[in-house]
Design a protein around this ligand. Structure first.
Ligand SMILES: Cc1cc2nc3c(=O)[nH]c(=O)nc-3n(C[C@H](O)[C@H](O)[C@H](O)COP(=O)(O)OP(=O)(O)OC[C@H]3O[C@@H](n4cnc5c(N)ncnc54)[C@H](O)[C@@H]3O)c2cc1C
Length: 591
């Protein structure tokens, strides 16, 4: 069975050596002293590796089941959920007034990675609740916040997000679910939603659905969509759960992975609902949830890569096959362990350099979110808005690829179920699809985010990379980092320039290159993270440390990324610059 060890030391390195969180002027960060974050991460590490990780395979093999309209989660999920609630983990970064602990989002993000690595399907129940609670927090009235938030923050009631319908996924303007005003401030919601994660289960007293629907007579298309709170059980003014509302589970989907999470068809039949935010501004309100969810989904890419990598390393050290061509390493055994072989090393280095780079990228992104929320920093807000599709799309594509590499280390033993490696691949696959399929993330990046606020945020990113390279150009210890980063950043700028010069003439020139652009951007971000990690490692070594091996390992891993992974930017640029002609060259009939 696979195991999971929380990467506490690596998280501490990113938080303190690289991001210097406790030295930041973001309100609340002064609490993030190294001892404190270490204690929180160690505790989360224990819970995730000892309680949640062993349930991962149980969830995969048992799945959820629907019996007489009731959804049951796999054996052990309910008890584990109680432990998570009792530990206060569900409200770590939620406001104290609603029962949370008001910790910065960055700490919640580090803890979230552990939860997701240990058991992605399980963690989605609380993850979706967190997203729904954030939407209520941002758009709810005071009464709505008082009524719904305390129970959602504690996960006594869980949350869902309901966008998708059978005929509309990406194109939400086609939505048919209706919301009829009742004249008393409430609405009657009718329609069918499909693929609703955590849509129903037996682990909480109520489920608070956030549902997109159209109020009849409103604007056509996406502009006519509003957001509603629709509970599974109605709640009276004193917060007591009462009668069943008009929402029922039609089915739970059979699917490729995340079997422990119930993916439900939900039928709404004149269910009572309450407007969240303004009429016809539902997408704006839902975006609060979706942006948070997109970062959470990007993290799923990292989290599955990390846990798959850990197991692949163990296996590569244990499995004896073939001999090291440069000299036997295990003379007393019948063969050397897999880890001696350069091709296995390549695979493990790809995985390691991705996971550590992605961790730094996500935690840095989380500091931008904290700066935006806690300091009202508009530049940080713009930058994270630009980065969100990159975090979601790049990290989930790469994360999935890394789980495949980890599976490959096991050979045939990775393909059979006995070792549990295929679950990581199957679970990671969904992250490329939901929360806006990755192709659509790339369109969002190129079509919307690049030009947002006159291109100010992408220019700020280029400046940031340029300044870093300039400041460190004379540093001999960073010579393997600065030149590759400069070259990659130039590729990114050239791609942006290509879109500016050719996208107007023919929008397909930009759209056909958008996926490559998302990956090009992702590599530059990870290149920047590796350069920053190298600088922090050099500083630690120069200052004297009792763990030189950790920092030396960082430098070697970073050099690998710069030499072997970052050059992908040139390929992406070449593809982008080839334009749309070859992509669109065939008539549809020719396929
Ligand atoms: C396990 C699971 C859990 C889910 N959980 C939830 C949930 O909790 N709540 C919820 O509301 N939904 C959920 N979804 C739905 C998910 O978000 C959608 O499946 C996804 O948004 C894509 O919609 P679709 O499946 O209808 O694909 P379509 O919209 O039909 O798209 C099909 C393909 O075409 C591409 N495409 C579409 N439009 C364009 C375009 N203009 N240009 C280029 N390419 C395009 C897409 O990238 C995609 O690859 C879940 C889905 C699954 C499978």
């Amino acid at each position: 069975m696979p195991t999971y060890r929380a990467p506490v030391k690596d998280m501490q390195f990113v938080l303190h050596d690289v991001l210097n969180v406790s030295g930041s002027d973001i309100p609340g960060y002064e609490e993030l002293e190294s001892d404190f974050t270490n204690a929180v991460l160690e505790e989360a590490g224990k819970l995730t590796s000892e309680v949640l990780a062993p349930l991962n395979v149980v969830g995969d093999t048992e799945g959820c089941r629907l019996e007489n309209g009731v959804v049951y989660t796999p054996t052990g999920f309910k008890d584990a959920f109680e432990q998570v609630k009792e530990g206060g983990w569900t409200g770590l970064d939620m406001p104290e007034e609603y029962g949370g602990q008001n910790m910065p989002y960055v700490l919640g993000t580090a803890v979230g990675e552990m939860f997701s690595s240990a058991n992605q399907a399980f963690t989605m129940y609380q993850g979706l609740t967190h997203g729904a609670a954030s939407a209520v927090l941002a758009h709810g009235t005071d009464d709505q916040k008082a009524k719904w938030l305390p129970k959602m923050v504690s996960c006594e009631w869980t949350g869902t997000m309901n966008l998708t319908e059978p005929h509309c996924g990406t194109d939400l303007g086609l939505m048919r679910t209706k919301a009829e005003p009742q004249g008393d401030g409430s609405y009657k919601i009718s329609g069918q939603k499909i693929f609703i994660s955590a849509g129903d289960h037996d682990m909480s007293d109520n489920v608070v659905h956030l549902v997109l629907a159209k109020i009849p007579g409103g604007p056509e298309g996406i502009k006519g969509v509003s957001l509603f709170i629709v509970p599974k059980f109605l709640v009276d003014d004193d917060g007591n759960v009462g009668a069943r509302n008009g929402v029922s589970v039609g089915n739970i989907e059979e699917k490729m992975g995340i079997h422990g999470n119930s993916t439900c068809v939900l039928n709404y039949d004149e269910a009572e609902g309450y407007l969240l935010g303004e009429e016809h501004k539902g997408m704006r309100a839902m975006f609060t949830m979706m942006n948070e969810a997109r970062i959470g989904v990007g993290m799923q890419g990292l989290s599955q890569a990390e846990v798959a990598y850990q197991n692949a390393v163990d296996y590569a050290k244990d499995r004896l096959q073939g001999r090291d061509v440069t000299g036997t390493k295990n003379p007393d055994g019948p063969a050397d362990p897999l880890i001696v072989h350069p091709d296995i090393r390549r695979s493990l280095m790809d995985q390691k350099s991705f996971a550590e780079g992605a961790r730094a990228f996500i935690l840095w992104g989380a500091t931008l979110i904290d700066a935006a929320h806690r300091k009202d920093d508009k530049d940080a807000d713009g930058l994270i808005s630009l980065m969100t599709p990159v975090i979601k799309g790049f990290l989930t594509d790469e994360g999935y690829d890394m789980t495949v590499l980890a599976q490959q280390v096991y050979g045939g033993h990775g393909y059979i179920e006995e070792h549990g490696m295929s679950q990581f691949t199957r679970d990671a696959r969904i992250a490329m699809i939901y929360e806006g399929a990755n192709g659509v993330q790339a369109l969002d990046l190129v079509g919307r985010k690049l030009g947002q606020d006159g291109g100010k945020h992408v220019m700020a990113f280029f400046e940031m990379v340029k300044d870093f390279c300039k400041e460190n150009s004379d540093d001999e210890g960073l010579k393997d980092f600065i030149e590759p980063l400069k070259a990659a950043s130039k590729d990114l700028q050239a791609a942006g320039m290509y879109f500016m010069q050719n996208g107007m003439k023919n929008p397909n020139n930009a759209l056909a290159g958008s996926y490559d652009f998302m990956h090009l951007f992702g590599h530059v971000c990870l290149g920047l993270m590796w350069a920053k990690m190298a600088k922090a490692s050099n500083a630690a070594l120069a200052a004297g440390t009792d763990d030189a091996a950790f920092y030396e390992t960082k430098l070697t891993t970073g050099r690998y990324y710069m030499a072997r992974r970052l050059p992908a930017t040139a390929m992406h640029l070449a593809r982008i610059q080839s334009g749309a002609d070859t992509v669109m060259g065939l008539d549809a009939e020719a396929f």
